[in-house]
Design a binder for this molecule. Sequence first.
Ligand code: SF4
Length: 497
Amino acid sequence: MAKYKPYNYAQDMFIPVSLKDQLMPGSLEYAIHTLVDERMDMSLFDEKFSNDDTGRKAYDPRILLKVVLMGYSRGLTSSRKIEQACHENVVFMALSCCQHPDHSTISTFVSSMKDEILPLFGDVLLICEELKLLGGTHFALDGCKLSCNASPRWSRTISELRQKRIKLEERVKDLLKEQEDEDHKDSSGNRSYSEKQIDKLKKQADRIETWLNNNGERLGVRGKEIKSNMTDNESSKMVTSNGTIQGYNSQALVDSKHQIIVHADVFGTGQDTDIIPPIVDGAKENMEKTGFSEDYFKGKILTADTGYHSRMNIQKCIDEGIDAYIPDKNFRKRDPRFNSRKGRSVRTHYGLKDFQYDEENDKYICPQGKRLRLNVKKCKATGNIYKRYVAESNDCSQCPVKHKCIYGNGCGPKLLMVPIGFEGNNLTKLMIEKIESDKGRKIYSQRMAIVEPVFANIRTHKHLDRFTLRGKGKVNIQWLLFCMVHNIGKIATYGYA
Ligand code: SF4
């Protein structure tokens, strides 16, 4: 017969806990505790309180910041979960000195840090610099798109919202009419549509109307209208590898030595083509506050992936004297090492290579043996200079392979663009030449190892998969807090160690 150890729930146990002993030197909690208490300027919060003579005593912002940072480091973005941890987890108890701030105090504290968050981020950066964690030679920029606390259901253009309001009002009218008819037929008072449902639809229509009265069209980078969102109009619909989300594009500029984040910001746009100017300006401001000159980034290397390749981004780097390496979208295609890569896209349409040049007559012969005559000697597009050849309309309209031929002028004849040079100040050409060199490829190959682990740490280790707040200002606070925790982790591992 099996024998088990006996047990008894009717017994008492006393566990002596020294709060200080829970914060072991070398641990992240110790780094958070020490930095917040000794190195961060928390007097910034003092002027928010006017309870010196009257009023209840507030929770010390140090306690709140410590539990929030600890919570974020463990993937607890919800203020309710942080509150719960202050009751149940001994590390949180040690950091909060057994105080139990409730979830609304925690969430109000985070949301209201608009003016304090950047100085606090700068304090941590200054400590990184003092501990020589910043290399200051090579910086890599990257971003990730994260959902925020906004409903994609309420993302529409202004005209679509007007339509929606009209439909809702019509639906309310129909329901009221149906109700009236049913009342005539059945006097028992049983209605198939409840008052609640009609009220709900009325409220939705009123909400849209109020919103439309207070907001106008939202314009994108190119000046065209983009979809507005009624719950968070600063967020955007973005396409990610996991589908379309309503959220923010979170960016971080990372130093190569110990992967310290020197600047972070969120943007309500899915494109990275205009991100570098605000990021560089923000990073310059941070470094100036850390005691560096305003030319800190002059001569420094900046690497970013193909999504950042744009005239605006490259021009900003040139203006600031930054040695930037930002490849164009054909960078991988030109790299022979990727020729045998699985899944590489297969060419489905004819290209210039499939057309033969007739030098004598300055004409091209297409794969069907038809001639394309010279149409324009010099035309410019996307910084390149082309010669344009055109096929005969009759040839192309009856051609059996027109669906896989080069793109044409609408339904008209096919146009063959033959590149003959670049415009004088073609930034793409200059960047291609720079990045295709041995030095360029070597420098650019370091980008992934510098910046990708930072996002892996924040998203996978610290479990940031969505922002819990609404509005660019508040979402930015949350993103900067996560980046701050990342930097404090580096201080705990490499700095104090
Ligand atoms: S579509 Fe026109 S240019 Fe293309 S292969 Fe046919 S005839 Fe030639």
